[in-house]
Write a protein that binds this ligand. Structure first.
Ligand code: UD1
Length: 420
């Protein structure tokens, strides 16, 4: 298995082009199942999660072609021949469950593995299923699979989500586009990726309103058609490079970024003494003085994103003073703290709260990526550490970062891949 070896280097300098958003592209690919017509999706990064989604779509009988260099994918879900998800592909990725809503709406049946828990929490799909049942579906769960079906077309209803779950909002929104009548999703998630999915659905002929607020209204249509769509830039990848610039005291320009999606990150970086500047070419990030500590709490959008929490812990580990980080979205998302401690960080965890005393410098160590963002946090810490760092289990990182080592090398980092 591959590992990353990172040597201490200079502050990062230069520019980096942000890829398409993983968390936008996965639901959009699932949405292609809503129509028999061909869809073209642009700005699709060839991430391992994207490859798993292709396997899944092909397993249902869709024809998929992917120009990995041009980052354009064509999907035609003409006549599907299976309503049973490829168990292996679905098991590898929680986002596979996003195919349930479209298939249930179009074919009135689907059989798909229940996503298991993962390192960062139990991550149930009860809210997705509750929504489907309200729209008129029935369900049976056995042998680790959930079977969903409906004798007649789904019917629009009011769906109140107990928590503004991103995945549940997307799944119910997709199912509702082909339901009879009007669906209102209340306490809906408002993440930019929800808006990107809604934009794509509208291009397919769906009537979706209110995305980006906590109430989404969908008037169901009999049929949707093919569409062409360009995926939004990845705000978490952008945020990762912002923290990379900040932690090394560098000066980096992000190209192809939507600054308004990064407001909570920019605000928190400002508290840490990191400057951002909108230029004609993109978003510039730089730091001159010592990093200041921060207090942050993860929240649904527009709050501070949970996917940036581990990265900010790396920053807090070398800031001058005491930082407090509270994780409210996932119940077990501090696994990176143990690995950061191996690099000399001073972190105490009490339930969902982490207290970090900044140290003058971290030291390189052999560490393990425990999940996607935790792995990225280790890379950033290694960039600012004394001595070499080896990061194993980097397959987690490749699920969500496109060519991260090339992008960092272009900014001056000394990072290479080795086969262990
Ligand atoms: C998505 C993102 C992930 C991000 C997360 C929160 C994708 C592919 N992934 O994940 O990167 O960290 O949003 O911003 O877009 N929950 C339930 N029942 C449910 C659904 C969720 O209890 O039916 C809980 C989860 O366990 C978690 C919380 O709600 O504690 C948030 O989960 P959710 O917003 O659904 O995250 P995902 O869509 O899985």
């Amino acid at each position: 298995m591959d590992k990353f070896v990172i040597k201490p280097g200079d502050a990062l300098h230069g520019s980096v082009v942000v890829s398409g958003a993983k968390n936008a592209v996965l639901p959009i690919l699932a949405a292609c199942l809503l129509t028999e017509e061909s869809c073209e999706i642009q700005n699709v990064p060839a991430l391992t999660d994207v490859e798993e989604m292709i396997t899944l779509l092909e397993g249902f009988g869709a024809a998929v072609s992917f120009d990995r260099t041009g980052e354009v994918m064509n999907i035609q879900a003409g006549q599907l021949n299976s309503m049973q998800a490829d168990v292996e592909a679905a098991g590898k990725m929680r986002a596979s469950f996003l195919t349930a809503g479209p298939l249930l709406a179009r074919y009135r049946q689907v059989r798909i593995p229940l996503p298991g828990g993962c390192q960062i929490g139990t991550r149930p799909v009860d809210l997705h299923i509750k929504g489907f049942l309200l729209l008129g579906a029935s369900q049976k769960q056995e042998y680790g699979m959930v079977e969903l079906w409906s004798k007649s077309e789904l019917r629009g209803k009011n769906v109140y989500l107990d928590f503004p779950s991103v995945g549940a909002t997307e799944n119910i929104m997709m199912a509702a586009t082909l339901a009879r009548g009007t669906t209102v999703i209340e306490n809906a998630a408002a993440e930019p990726e929800i808006c990107d999915l809604a934009d794509f659905l509208r291009k397919m002929g769906a009537d979706v309103q209110g995305d980006g607020t906590d109430t989404i209204v969908i008037h169901g249509k009999k049929k949707l058609h093919g569409a062409v769509h360009r995926v939004i830039p990845d705000r978490i990848e952008a945020g990762t490079f912002m923290v990379a610039a900040a932690i090394t005291g560098g000066d980096v320009l992000l190209e192809q970024v939507q600054t308004e999606h990064l407001k909570p990150v920019i605000a928190k970086l400002a508290e840490c003494n990191v400057k951002t500047e909108q230029t004609e070419q993109g978003l510039r990030i730089y730091r001159k003085g010592r990093l200041r500590p921060m207090h942050l709490k993860t929240m649904p959008f527009p709050g501070f994103p949970t996917d940036m929490q581990a990265l900010f812990m790396s920053l807090a580990a070398v800031a001058k003073g005491t930082s407090v980080i509270t994780e409210t979205v996932f119940e077990n998302r501090f696994l990176h703290a143990g690995e950061l401690r191996r690099m000399g960080a001073d972190i105490k965890i009490d339930s969902r709260c982490a207290v970090i005393e900044g140290v003058d410098t971290l030291t390189g160590a052999s560490v393990r990526a425990t999940d996607l963002r935790a792995g990225a946090a280790l890379i950033l810490s290694a960039l600012a550490a004394k001595g070499d760092t080896e990061i194993s289990d980097i397959y987690h990182i490749e699920r969500g970062y496109y060519h991260i080592e090339e992008k960092l090398r272009n900014l001056g980092a000394d990072i290479r891949r080795e086969n262990s």
